[in-house]
Design a protein around this ligand. Structure first.
Ligand code: 4AD
Ligand code: MG
Length: 453
C-alpha cells in the first residue's frame, strides 16, 4: 500500500517494491516520463519515474491515460532534496485496465458540482478519498465508543408502520403486484400501510427497557422537500437510548461521544485533517482541538431566544419567542459561544410528541447540540414515561395511537425514566472535515429528485 510506503520508505531505500493503483497524471518526455500513482490507501500519490531503455514498453507507457489501472515494479529511490521524499524507478509497468482519453477526472481542479455528476469516479480524487476514509473511521469510532461502554447494538427495522417523529415526512412502501402484473403497484406492504423509517428511536426505547443501554446505527429516510445543503432524503443516524437516565445524563453521553470521535480522528487520520485544514476549512484543527479542551455550554431555549432578540437586526428571519431556531440563528449562537452549545427545554409545541413535559407545563426536556458550521448536530430528549401525559400529548399533536399501541405499553410495564438522542452521521462528517454540503459526504447522495447511480 502507498500508505505503508509513506510510513517505511526510509527502510526500503534501493529495494524493489510492487505498487498497484490508478494513474493520476502522466508526463512523458522523449527519454523519460513521470507518473503520479495513487492506490486509495492514502490521499498522497507517489511519483514513478520511467526511462526509455529501461522499459520494453516505454512508448506504450508514455501513452497510458489518466485513470488507467497499472502495476509498477521498481526501486525505491530517496530524493531528500525534492518535494516528495522518495520516488519509484520503474523496472516494469503493466497495464491492468486501460482508461480512455475522455476520462472525466483530469489532473486539475474540478468543481464539486461536476464531481457530483461523476459520483462513481469522485472517490478517486484527493478530497473524496479523504472524506470517505474519515466517514469510515468515524463510523467505527462510534461503534467503539458505545461498545466500550457496554451498549447493545440494535438493528432497528427500516420498514415500519410508525411515524417516529410524528411529522408525516415518510416515504411510503409499495408492493409490485407480481402475481397479477396488470394490477401494477399496490400502495401498501402486503395489504398493510408501511413506510421507510424516519428514526429507530421508538424501537430503541423498547430495547433500552430490556438492555438498559442500546444504540442503533443505520439508514433513515425523510421525505422533506427542503433542498438544503444540510438535509438528505436518506441519511445515517446513530441513536443511543439509555434507561434510568435523564436529560443531563443524555447530554453528558453526547458530549463524551463527540470528543471521543474527534480524539480518534486526531489519532487515526492526522494527514486527512491536515489536508482539510489546508484546503477546505482554515482553522479546522484549532476548532477541533478547542472542542476537546472545552466543556459544552448549556443554555435554555428561552435564554437562546433572548440572545437572538437582542441581535435581531442582524437576521433576515427574525427571532420570536417560542419559535424554532433558523439556520442563521444556530450559526449566530455557535459563534456567540465560540463552540458547541446545547439548547435545552424547548417549547412543547415545536417538538415531538414523545418528549417529557417539564414541570412548567410549557416546555419539554429536549436538547439540540449546535456546532459551528454544521448547525444542529444532535437532537435528543428525555422521554415521556408517564402514560397519561404521553396520551395527552399524542392527542394534542394528532399522533395516531393505533400504530403506537406497543409504544404506549412500554409505559405500563416496567417503564422508567429514560432518554436518548440522534446523531446525524453526515452532519458529524461535515463538522470534522469542514465540507459544507451534505451531498459531498454521502457516497451516492439521495436528495429530492436525485437517485441516479
Ligand atoms: O432531530 P431529529 O429529527 O431527531 C430524531 O430523529 C430523534 N428520533 C432522535 C432521538 O432522540 N433518538 O434527528 C436527529 C439528527 C439531527 O440532529 C441531524 O443531525 C440529523 O439527525 N438529521 C438529518 N441529517 C441529514 N438529513 C436530514 N434530513 C436530517 N434530519 C435529521
Ligand atoms: Mg432535530
Amino acid at each position: 500500500d502507498i500508505k505503508k510506503l509513506y510510513e517505511i520508505y526510509d527502510s526500503l531505500a534501493d529495494k524493489e517494491v510492487i505498487v498497484k493503483g490508478w494513474l493520476k497524471n502522466n508526463r512523458a518526455q522523449k527519454e523519460f516520463g513521470f507518473i503520479d500513482l495513487n492506490d486509495g490507501t492514502s490521499f498522497k500519490s507517489i511519483q514513478v519515474v520511467y526511462e526509455e531503455g529501461k522499459l520494453d514498453n516505454f512508448k506504450d507507457v508514455s501513452k497510458y491515460n489518466v485513470g488507467s489501472a497499472i502495476t509498477v515494479i521498481g526501486q525505491v529511490v530517496l530524493t531528500p532534496k525534492m518535494k516528495q521524499a522518495f520516488e519509484i524507478k520503474a523496472r516494469e509497468v503493466i497495464l491492468e485496465g486501460e482508461s480512455s482519453e475522455d476520462y472525466p477526472i483530469q489532473p486539475k481542479r474540478h468543481s464539486r458540482e461536476f464531481l457530483r455528476e461523476n459520483a462513481h469516479f469522485r472517490p478517486r480524487t484527493n478530497l473524496f478519498n479523504a472524506v470517505f476514509r474519515v466517514r469510515s473511521v468515524v463510523s467505527f469510532a462510534i461503534h467503539k465508543f458505545f461498545q466500550e461502554r457496554n451498549f447493545v447494538y440494535l438493528h432497528a427495522p427500516i420498514i415500519t408502520a410508525s411515524d417516529a417523529e410524528g411529522a408525516g415526512e415518510m416515504f411510503q412502501v409499495t408492493t409490485l403486484g407480481k402475481e397479477k402484473p396488470e394490477e401494477g403497484y399496490k400502495n401498501d406492504f402486503f395489504g398493510k400501510k408501511a413506510n421507510l423509517s424516519v428514526s429507530g428511536q421508538l424501537q430503541a426505547e423498547a430495547y433500552a427497557l430490556a438492555f438498559k443501554n442500546v444504540y442503533t446505527f443505520g439508514p433513515t429516510f425523510r421525505a422533506e422537500k427542503s433542498n438544503t445543503s444540510r438535509h438528505a432524503s436518506e441519511f445515517w443516524m446513530i441513536e443511543p437510548e439509555i434507561a434510568f437516565s435523564d436529560l443531563n445524563d443524555d447530554m453528558q453521553l453526547a458530549e463524551d461521544m463527540v470528543k471521543y470521535i474527534i480524539k480518534d480522528l486526531f489519532d487515526l487520520c492526522p494527514d486527512e485533517l491536515q489536508f482539510f485544514n489546508q484546503f477546505v476549512e482554515k482553522g479546522l484543527i484549532d476548532k477541533l482541538k478547542n472542542v476537546l479542551n472545552s466543556t459544552f455550554k448549556r443554555i435554555t431555549h428561552k435564554e437562546a431566544t433572548d440572545i437572538l432578540l437582542e441581535n435581531n437586526d442582524q437576521f433576515t428571519f427574525k427571532a420570536e419567542v417560542g419559535q424554532d431556531l433558523a439556520t442563521e440563528h444556530e450559526k449566530f449562537l455557535t459563534k456567540y459561544f465560540n463552540g458547541p452549545v446545547f439548547v435545552i427545554d424547548w417549547p412543547k409545541d415545536i417538538k415531538a410528541f414523545y418528549m417529557r413535559l417539564n414541570d412548567d407545563g410549557q416546555t419539554v426536556a429536549a436538547m439540540d447540540l449546535l456546532v459551528p458550521g454544521a448547525g444542529e448536530l444532535i437532537g435528543g430528549s428525555q422521554r415521556e414515561e408517564r402514560l397519561e401525559y404521553l396520551e395527552k400529548r399524542m392527542e394534542e399533536m394528532n399522533v395516531h395511537d393505533e400504530d403506537l399501541w406497543w409504544y404506549k405499553e412500554l409505559r405500563k410495564y416496567g417503564g422508567n425514566k429514560h432518554a436518548g438522542y440522534g446523531l446525524g452521521l453526515e452532519r458529524m462528517i461535515m463538522y470534522v472535515t469542514g465540507v459544507d454540503n451534505i451531498r459531498d459526504v454521502i457516497p451516492f447522495p439521495r436528495t429530492p429528485k436525485n437517485c441516479d447511480f
